[in-house]
Design a protein around this ligand. Structure first.
Ligand SMILES: [Fe+2]
Length: 267
């Protein structure tokens, strides 16, 4: 039994010792294997959280795109520089509006849906499934405000305003008479919205219309397809215009409104 290192033990004692050694070795190997699996899966889970996080569509967002996300929503990038909308909207306003308010909605939503049935759902699905439900109001408000703001940033563009693309212009003229009349109706909706909210150009049953919504509400939940949005929450204009909402709205319509984005949203 020398090869088994029994050192003079009886044969049965030697067999018992060998069996114990084999058992001990097997247990150790299983423990190492289990530990390896555990470490690997936790690393994978962490990587998965980040690698599969699909940022909410930003610069090229269209209203008919389903915004998808995995575990964590990410603040979408601005489609232009912070100072690109000056002098109509200052970089200071954008820093607060985008960097604090819009980011705040993203952070809040991530906290609110962590570990719930809404975690990982496309943003639009969260919005439609929580709309009108009092016990889900906080989730709806934050999800809708993420969507609204991303849409709003894309509704503006440096050197915007001017003439809409031909196909859209034809539709505007069919619905409002002139582009000027459409802008006037948008301005009226934006300035007459009581308190916080939004003014919208929408497609409703094949016709263009102007709509307004309060707080975080949006046309998506009313069966209308949004084409453009103007944010009329005070945080959108107060640093630059104080209480002069009409000045902000008219400057946006004349110099920043992104008719090409609206035209893209028709398809
Ligand atoms: Fe806003």
């Amino acid at each position: 039994m020398g090869e088994h290192n029994c050192y003079g033990k009886s044969e049965s004692a030697c067999i018992k010792k060998k069996a114990y050694e084999l058992w001990e070795s097997a247990v150790m190997r299983m423990a190492v294997f289990a530990l390896t699996i555990l470490i690997s899966s936790s690393v994978y889970a962490e990587q998965g959280t980040y690698k599969t996080s699909n940022p909410i569509q930003g610069g090229n967002m269209k209203n008919n795109e389903v915004i998808t996300s995995a575990a964590v929503y990410v603040l979408p990038p601005l489609p232009y520089a912070e100072n690109a909308l000056e002098p109509v909207i200052s970089a200071n306003t954008i820093r607060f509006h985008y960097g604090k308010h819009h980011k705040g909605y993203v952070d809040n939503l991530n906290k609110l849906i962590a570990g719930t049935e809404f975690a990982g759902l496309p943003l639009e699905k969260i919005i439609t499934e929580t709309a009108g439900k009092a016990d889900k109001a906080a989730i709806f408000n934050n999800a809708a405000q993420i969507w609204n703001h991303t849409f709003y940033w894309n509704s503006l563009t440096p050197n915007g305003g001017g003439e809409p693309p031909a196909a859209l212009k034809k539709m505007i003229e069919a619905s409002f008479g002139t582009v000027g009349a459409c802008k006037k109706e948008l301005a009226t909706a934006a300035t007459s919205q009581f308190g916080s909210g939004w003014a919208w150009l929408v497609l409703d049953g094949g016709k263009l219309k102007v709509a307004k919504t309060g707080n975080a509400d949006l046309p998506l939940t009313q069966g209308m397809k949004p084409l453009l949005a103007i944010d009329v929450w005070e945080h959108a204009y107060y640093l630059d215009y104080q209480n002069r909402r009409a000045d902000y709205v008219n400057a946006v319509l004349d110099k920043l409104i992104n008719w090409s984005f609206a035209a893209d949203n028709l398809s």
